[in-house]
Write a protein that binds this ligand. Sequence first.
Ligand SMILES: [Zn+2]
Length: 363
Amino acid sequence: MRALAEIYDEKDIYLSVYLPVAGKENEHLNKIFVESRVKAIKDALSPDLRSDFEKTFEMAEDFIFGSPVSGESGRIIFASYPESFINVYRLAVEPEQAMVLDTSPFLLPLAKLRADYEDYGMLLVDSREAMFTCIRSDLAEEKEHLSTDLMNKHKKGGWSQSRFNNLRKGAIRSFLSEVADNVQNTCGELQTKGFVIAGPGNAKQQLMEMLPKDAQEKVLSLIDVSMDIPRDELIGEGDSVLHETELESTRKMSRKFKSEILKDGLAVAGVEDVRSALEQGRVNVLIIMKGSSVPGWICERCQNLQPNAVPPEECDRCGGPVSLVDVVEELYELAQRTDADVEFVEKEDFPHSDYVVGALLRY
Ligand SMILES: [Zn+2]
């Protein structure tokens, strides 16, 4: 995302297309939608930009109309012929239809999708088997599969029951400690938000206690399920845990935001203040009200960004070319370029509904 947010040009040469692609009916609806957008965009362009756009569209056409691969429900295409640039994302979720030609890739809908469907891990474990699955918004991949033979069958006769139980406990412990090591490494590699520990009985709690502190902090929840739970159900359980966790962290963040605003602390609200904080690299978390957009213009040379104003002939700061933009999208891109986190919140999480954006500040 960061690399995409770095991209911009003075001219409208970046095509962004968002399409739901599952099912026959979408194929038909997409065709109608894309054709009408192509016509509208062409009509609005000057002759030289029109020819660039036609070549860009040609380049992207196969990706736009191509049949979905298995499990693909949505597709995003960013393309620019003059920059020889094309990026295609296949998603397991359906985005809303959109087709935009702009000076940079249109990222906000992708960002929202990613915020709604974050990557996480799912560890299914009992006392003799463990399976780590990484669940992404696009697909679920199995990462590790460990199992152990725990001498459940009394093969070697002659042990007393208590000796057998002690050996068995020891074997479970050493198995779980192996799982703990693996979880530690896998989480480090995957950099997921966190993971859920699922399974029957008390192996979950035992494993939890054996995890190193930083891995413990990544555990989102412990849930009770049987080892033979169907994959879809397991993912469903995990998704609802993640959803709850995200709601909670959003609530916590918006409480902090409100209290910082009230005591005039490390937070700002409103497009103007947020923009200048972003430009100074002071923003830690950019907070965007869901579904918001603010019309405005930007100078493509010096990035002078002005909300709610009629665009001038040229930039009043440097004389560069200006274009109409959604200010919220531009603020989002600024946040990406300055390594700020982005949170999308509901209207009621905001201190005032007039402010569609806010920020928690680093200093
Ligand atoms: Zn300028």
